[in-house]
Design a protein around this ligand. Structure first.
Ligand code: UTP
Length: 289
């Protein structure tokens, strides 16, 4: 029997973004640009490419710029057209009415809590999650690679990548089982382990396909690492009850929740852009002298 398609995606964007203050005092972290598109735009484009139809944003106070970004900018478009300017650059930032939903997470109680806030919109369907500050750059995109795997294996699918052992304590880490190509069975999951306790150096990297049962687990979830309601802890309770696999993304990942990762992402994308690569390369070489 074919697995139920993944039609809905949650974008949790209600975090405080404290690592980017003061830049993120009035602007959501997800609106920080990589060259000329905000992080959230890349995540939505990745979702569309994977066949996802409904975008659910879990927002908080001071996040209205995200709603405006995906709306029609009437004055801007009207003025540009009147001046004979091309507005096609705005096309991908317009979401079809009815295909985007905004839910408020009133307090930033953690990623698990943010996901739970979308439970009624998810209903009993499998769904995807995108953490927009994990910038996944590649073609096909990370979620497309995961959906392709999901169509064969079903169940729960998360993206993972290898990091140096000393870096594991900032992330969710998997205990890997057998691997077939890019697909690895997940036997255990732990959030922010100490280096010596980590079951591997494979970290969960911001993309998930989960079965709706995780919402019931989140309902009664206690606070975990950092005093937050952790998605990883809820996923760990599904192990052994449902198929659970990890896909190693064939592409590049940049941790844009950190300043250095954000700068790296901007440079990497700029160096691949036909309209600026040469100039940016010359500037970088000059700066490195
Ligand atoms: P982060 O751990 O990056 O937290 O959240 P943050 O608050 O955004 O940033 P810092 O650490 O203070 O700089 C990972 C993702 O989960 C969302 C964030 O918006 C981000 O996309 N999140 C986190 C929520 O939506 N709600 C929360 O309560 C926590």
């Amino acid at each position: 029997m074919p697995h139920k398609p993944v039609r809905k995606a949650i974008f949790p964007v209600a975090g405080l973004g404290t690592r980017f203050l003061p830049a993120t005092k009035a602007i959501p972290k997800e609106m920080l640009p990589i060259v000329d598109s905000p992080l959230i735009q890349y995540a939505v484009d990745e979702a569309r490419e994977a066949g996802i139809e409904q975008m659910i944003f879990v927002t908080g106070r001071c996040k209205s710029a995200i709603e405006d970004h995906f709306d029609i900018a009437f004055e801007l478009e009207h003025t540009m057209l009147a001046r004979g300017r091309d507005t096609s650059v705005l096309a991908s930032s317009r979401l079809t009415p009815g295909n985007c939903v905004y839910v408020r997470q009133q307090e930033p109680l953690g990623l698990g809590h943010a996901i739970w806030c979308a439970r009624d919109i998810i209903g009993d369907e499998p769904f995807a999650i995108f953490l927009p500050d994990e910038f996944m750059h590649g073609s096909p995109g990370c979620m497309k690679q995961m959906v392709d795997a999901y169509q064969n294996i079903g169940g729960n699918v998360i993206s993972v990548l290898e990091v140096p052992r000393h870096a594991v304590s900032s992330y969710g880490v998997i205990a890997p089982g057998e691997s077939r190509g890019a697909i690895t069975e997940v036997l255990g999951l732990v959030e922010k382990p100490k280096v010596e306790d980590a079951p591997s150096n494979l970290i969960v990297s911001g993309r998930y396909i989960l079965q709706p049962e995780v919402m019931h687990i989140l309902e009664g979830q206690e606070k975990g690492a950092g005093g937050e309601i952790q998605l990883t802890d809820a996923m760990a309770q599904m192990l052994g009850k449902q198929p659970f696999h990890a896909v190693t993304f064939d592409g590049n990942r940049y941790d844009c929740g950190s300043k250095v990762g954000y700068i790296e992402a901007n440079l990497a994308v700029a160096l691949q852009r036909a309209d600026m690569a040469e100039e940016v390369r010359a500037i970088a070489v000059n700066l490195l002298k």
